[in-house]
Ligand binder design. Structure first.
Ligand code: TTP
Ligand code: MG
Length: 682
């Protein structure tokens, strides 16, 4: 039976620990141990690394990067995290002391009640599928260059975005610096990125998925969730057979392979799609015992939403697998907060959302933008950076048509400490002027409190969103606030879990998945920037501009200093722009808006209530036409005929096909009809 990547993380950790030349109890030793583990990178658990000696990989990474800025950064981050973990451990010891004296009974009861509540809502009726393309960018490149099929190659030059399964045999993987990957596999070929090609291929895959669930959810450029319950019923087929057929069809149409997981909810399906990668599928039976059994031995890192930092924190308190969560349930709230407690309990029980719907329809909780840059200290530069960030955010707010009631400023210091500060402006904000106006005092406060602070990241985010879409106004013409802030409903069967406006149970997962994604993205960006700096430094050294330490030799600054290859003004990295789910959603939204516009131009026509002739669906033109019609009839005639004919005209308007294709409920699109009515009677 082939061994998949299930326990790679644990194996690697053990291997690194075994290799540790220092006594295991010494603090320096554990630091060495954790640093080596963290140097293994964000994609340690990527599939296709069966048989890879992670101990050797760790050694090579350690030696290849030692002394580099990347290494120093990792060391710094690792030390900070160790300090944080020591605080958590101290807190846990305190909790254990309280418990030994008969305390914490209330916490234990609260946790048990919550588990009972969650169990009450367990839904095993749906067949949810998660699909993920295999070595996606690499697979697309192979189609153009079949000669690459049997040789190890990677996509991305400074940092690997991915590599084919040949390269993975050497331990190469996403999120690894190119120079490190070259040490692992000297014959590794590097291919530059070509995002248009990947986006086009993703569309081909989506065209197939749509046949199985018209309301499928694109989670990133190469992955999606589907609910195939209806399809199975309609075709009298088993979920496994449906997925087998769908994968074959993708292969036929798009010429690439995908892997899939089938389970009772989205969280489990995602874990399962990685089980038999590449070109495989795995179904987890939809019964409670199988699910609990499956989670019991699952390493925490396998769960979407548990990133590297959270994994280490959990590990420190003795939680290595999702089964380990249960014994610590009464500590979790105090150690990590209420949300994390709820999230971890749902992970332990293998519960998750079953509502799969187009990502564009997911309720937005916030709109934000952030960028990383070289250390920035000068207050004037910081002010200018904030202004630029506000302008970037204004673009996003306009595109998504939201205003924010709360504005959050995020900064990351050169020590990697992340700080947040927020404000509730007197009115909901979205313009760059307002965003800057309210954010600047928050930044000034930091500048005062932390003299000489150096920033390497700045971000602005609006939360508590208010829609600016024309249809989203209430009876009094006020913009409607998003429901997540307001709705706290009862679950139909009486349990107290939160549900959203449409009656779907709300899960804390999204927040954790977002945080884990951001952690990974930041790591990728940092790595990208550092590997480019390293490359420049190497070139400058070869040309004699700098000495071995990177210090300048003469009066003339090196070309890299004059014209940096990486834009320090923080243009987001390509992965952030194209690869991840968050950005992917924006691409899909733009695509949907464009399709809707085209469909409107091509198809939509409004019937004139006076002459009954179809007219272009454009308000101004329509009104002009009606004015013309009116001038040819008497007022009396109009009053008599308007009501009936207007109603009839509305009922005969053709539906917007782009929206119908994505299976949206027709009620979503009624705003236009109302507005048309107003335009006529105004
Ligand atoms: P993944 O699905 O994570 O990776 P993959 O498809 O290459 O390999 P697997 O078979 O394990 O699924 O990501 C999809 C694409 O997104 C990937 O081909 C390249 C890009 N990507 C990045 O740009 N940076 C990253 O850190 C990761 C993980 C992926
Ligand atoms: Mg993939």
């Amino acid at each position: 039976m082939p061994r998949h990547n299930d326990d790679l993380a644990t194996e690697a950790e053990v291997a690194v620990a075994e290799d540790n030349p220092l006594p295991p109890t010494a603090p320096a030793a554990s630091q060495y141990h954790t640093l080596k583990y963290s140097l293994l990178g964000p994609s340690l658990t990527k599939s296709g690394q069966d048989g890879v000696d992670q101990k050797k990989v760790s050694e090579i990474i350690y030696n290849a990067s030692k002394g580099s800025k990347y290494f120093n950064n990792e060391e710094h981050k690792d030390k900070n995290l160790t300090v944080k973990i020591n605080r958590i451990l101290a807190k846990k010891r305190e909790l254990q002391r309280i418990e030994a004296q008969g305390g914490l009974k209330q916490e234990r009861k609260k946790a048990d009640d919550y588990i009972a509540e969650l169990e009450y809502s367990r839904d095993l009726s749906q067949a949810i599928v998660h699909i993920d393309c295999d070595a996606f960018y690499a697979a697309v490149e192979e189609l153009d260059r079949p000669e690459l099929k049997d040789v190890p190659f990677a996509v991305g030059v400074g940092v690997l975005t991915t590599c084919n399964y040949e390269a993975r045999k050497f331990g190469c993987r996403s999120g690894m610096a190119g120079f490190v990957a070259d040490k692992l596999c000297p014959e590794l070929i590097h291919i530059p990125l070509n995002f248009e090609k990947y986006t086009a291929k993703a569309k081909e895959v989506r065209a197939v998925l749509e046949q199985y669930d018209p309301r499928f959810e694109s989670a990133s450029i190469d992955e999606a969730y589907l609910n195939i319950t209806q399809y199975c019923q309609d075709h009298n087929m088993e979920p496994e057979d449906v997925v087998e057929q769908m994968r074959a069809e993708v292969h036929l149409e798009a010429k690439i392979t995908i892997s899939a997981g089938i389970a009772a909810n989205a969280k489990l399906a995602k874990i399962c799609s990685n089980k038999n990668k590449p070109n495989g599928q795995y179904k987890l039976p939809s019964d409670r015992a199988s699910i609990i059994g499956f989670m019991r031995h699952l390493p925490t890192r396998k769960v979407n939403g548990i990133g590297r930092v959270f994994e280490r924190e959990l590990d420190a308190i003795g939680i290595k697998t999702c089964g380990d969560i249960y014994d610590q349930r009464h500590y979790l709230n105090a150690l990590f907060g209420e949300k994390a407690f709820q999230f971890l309990m749902s992970v332990h029980l293998g519960l998750g959302r079953t509502d799969v719907r187009p990502v564009e329809e997911h309720e937005r909780k916030s709109v934000g933008t952030e960028s990383t840059f070289h250390d920035m200290e000068n207050p004037e530069d910081l002010r200018a950076k904030l202004r630029w960030t506000a302008e970037e955010l204004e673009k996003d707010m306009k595109r998504t048509e939201f205003k924010g009631r709360t504005l959050v400023l995020k900064i990351k210091l050169h020590t990697y400490e992340v700080l947040n500060r927020q404000i509730q402006p007197p009115k909901a904000v979205y313009t760059a002027d307002d965003l800057f106006h309210y954010a600047w005092p928050m930044l000034q406060k930091y500048i005062k409190e932390l003299p000489g602070m150096k920033l390497r990241l700045m971000g602005l985010r609006c939360t508590h969103l208010v829609s600016m879409k024309k249809g989203d106004v209430d009876f009094f013409g006020r913009a409607r606030q998003l429901t997540s802030e307001l709705s706290k409903g009862g679950y139909p069967d009486g349990a107290k879990v939160d549900v959203d406006e449409e009656g779907w149970q709300k899960w804390p997962d999204e927040e954790f998945e977002y945080a884990a994604r951001m952690e990974k993205e930041e790591e990728m960006e940092e790595l990208e920037r550092l590997s480019q700096q390293q490359e420049q430094q190497k070139q400058d050294y070869e040309h004699g501009y700098v000495d071995e330490e990177g210090d300048e030799n003469g009066d003339q600054p090196p070309p890299s200093a004059q014209k940096p290859k990486y834009d320090p003004d923080g243009a987001p990295s390509d992965y952030r722009r194209y690869g991840n789910g968050f950005a992917w959603r924006s691409i899909l939204e733009e695509e949907a808006a464009q399709a809707a516009q085209e469909a409107k131009v091509l198809i939509e026509q409004w019937n004139c209530p006076i002459c009954s002739m179809p007219q272009p669906a454009e308000e101004r033109q329509f009104n002009e036409h009606i004015d013309g019609c009116l001038s040819r009839q008497t007022i009396k005639e109009i009053v008599r005929t308007t009501d009936d004919e207007t109603a009839e005209a509305r009922s005969t308007q053709p539906a917007n096909t782009a929206k119908r294709k994505r299976g949206r409920p027709p009620a979503v699109n009624t705003g236009g009809a109302e507005r048309r009515k107003k335009a006529f009677f105004a």
